[in-house]
Design a binder for this molecule. Sequence first.
Ligand SMILES: [Zn+2]
Length: 78
Amino acid sequence: MRELFVSCPTCGIKKPIMIPKEVFTKKECGSIKIHVPSGIVCSDHQFVVFIDQSGLVRGYEKIDLIMATPPQKENKKY
Ligand SMILES: [Zn+2]
């Protein structure tokens, strides 16, 4: 596991996240994109972090819309 400090692109809160080393070894080229759900770094926002092969944060992407899980329909008894 590799520790990486990321900050929320919306409010700037900073926290370390743990990234499994396999992520870096599996990825041979291009940047690594990690989806950080709310509650991991920031309790209110979720975002995507772009990391390069050496583990440096290259950028962030805010998530504009989170699709809500549709409420489960109750099974009606006839
Ligand atoms: Zn935030």
